[in-house]
Design a protein around this ligand. Structure first.
Ligand SMILES: [Zn+2]
Ligand SMILES: [Zn+2]
Length: 117
């Protein structure tokens, strides 16, 4: 009997192929009850994010919003264009990132900056 073809793991962003729904990394029972909405904040600041943020910041040392307006302002932080509360799958997506200074970041969040970056 032929083996079933492997399919990508159902975990968001996981490139591994598997014959089940999840690869061995994501097959743990806890993973399936771990909804992105509840855990995005807890998982939002891990090593992968640190590395990506540092790489992005190295490429975009100046605030992109200021740059677009002709100002030169150093990046204060790397912002998620689509908030990770709503799009946890875009958390580590380069195109979803933006280098911003503090002022532009506050504007982009409508001054509600307490949690999101
Ligand atoms: Zn700015
Ligand atoms: Zn932000």
């Amino acid at each position: 009997m032929p083996m079933k073809p492997k399919k990508p793991c159902n975990a968001p962003g996981c490139p591994k192929l598997t014959r089940g729904s999840y690869c061995e990394d994501h097959a743990r029972p806890t993973y399936k009850t771990d909804t992105p909405r509840l855990s995005s904040r807890a998982r939002g600041y891990d090593n992968a994010w640190e590395r990506l943020r540092n790489a992005y910041r190295a490429q975009h040392p100046l605030c992109e919003a200021c740059e677009a307006a002709g100002r030169v302002t150093l990046t204060a932080l790397v912002h998620h264009v689509q908030p990770i509360d709503q799009r946890p799958d875009l958390r580590l997506v380069w195109n979803n990132l933006r280098s911003l200074c503090k002022t532009c970041h506050e504007k982009s969040h409508g001054f509600d900056t307490k949690r999101q970056t």
